[in-house]
Design a binder for this molecule. Sequence first.
Ligand code: ADP
Ligand code: MG
Length: 260
Amino acid sequence: MEPHIETVIDRNRMMVSDEIAIRIENMNKWYGNYHVLRDINLTVRRGERIVIAGPSGSGKSTMIRCINRLEEHQAGRIVVDGIELSSDLKDIDKVRSEVGMVFQHFNLFPHLTILENCTLAPIWVREIPSKDAIDAAMHFLEKVKIPEQAHKYPGQLSGGQQQRVAIARSLCMKPKIMLFDEPTSALDPEMIKEVLDTMIELAEEGMTMLCVTHEMGFAQAVANRVVFMDQGQIVEENNPHDFFTNPQSERTRLFLSQIL
Ligand code: ADP
Ligand code: MG
C-alpha cells in the first residue's frame, strides 16, 4: 500500500507496559467561541505507538499541542508522566523536556549550527555542562546518521536531513514521550523514507510515540493503535489491522476511501 516502508520491523522489542504515560479525560478546548476539541478521552501507556489520523481541521495538531502545553485546554484533564497540566502548572520546562515534539516544518533555528541547535536547550534548560551536551548531541546525530553535518547551518541541509536533526534535537532532552505532527508532509518523496526509518528505530527502542501522519504504511507497520479524529472528536480507535480492514464508522470509511 505504501512505498516508503521496506524496513523489516522488530515488533518484539516494542513492549507496551502497564504504566500510564498520558491520561486525557473529558478534555475540551475552544479557540474563542470555536469548540475545537470535544470530550477527548485517551490513555497512552509507556511504549505505545499511536497514529492519529483524520481529515484536515479535525483537531489533530491542537490535541497533540495540548499534550506539551503549546496550547491550553479549558475543561477536563491532561496528565503527562504524572504531571497535571493545569493553569497553576509551575514546571512547564519539565513537561517540555519530557515530551519531545517534531513539527512538519522542522522549526530549527536558522542562525545556529546543527550542533548548536541540538545543545541549546540541554545547556540552557537542563543546565547540562556544555561538553556533555556536545557529546550527547553527537551521539544522537550519529543515531540519525548525519554526524558529518554538525557544523553546518540548517539551510545547507536537505529537508529530510533537517527533519532528522529536529528528531535528534528532541532526543537530546532525553524525552520519555515523542510527539510528531506530520513530520514527513513537507518532504519530497525520496526523503520520506529516511525520516520514517528514524522513527521506526525509535519505536523499536521502546519510545512512547504519538504520530499525526498520513503515512498509513507506517501506521500499519509500527502503530499498536490508530486513533481517528473528525470534527474535534475521537470517532474511533482500533489496532491498525482492524482499523484498516474493518472501520466501524461511516466517517472513518469515507476517510480511508479518500486516502488509500
Ligand atoms: P488538524 O491538525 O487536524 O488539521 P488543527 O488542530 O490544526 O487541525 O485545527 C483544528 C481547527 O481549529 C481548524 O478548524 C483550525 O482552523 C482551527 N484552529 C487551529 N488553530 C487555531 C488558532 N490558533 N486559532 C483559531 N482557530 C484555530
Ligand atoms: Mg495539523
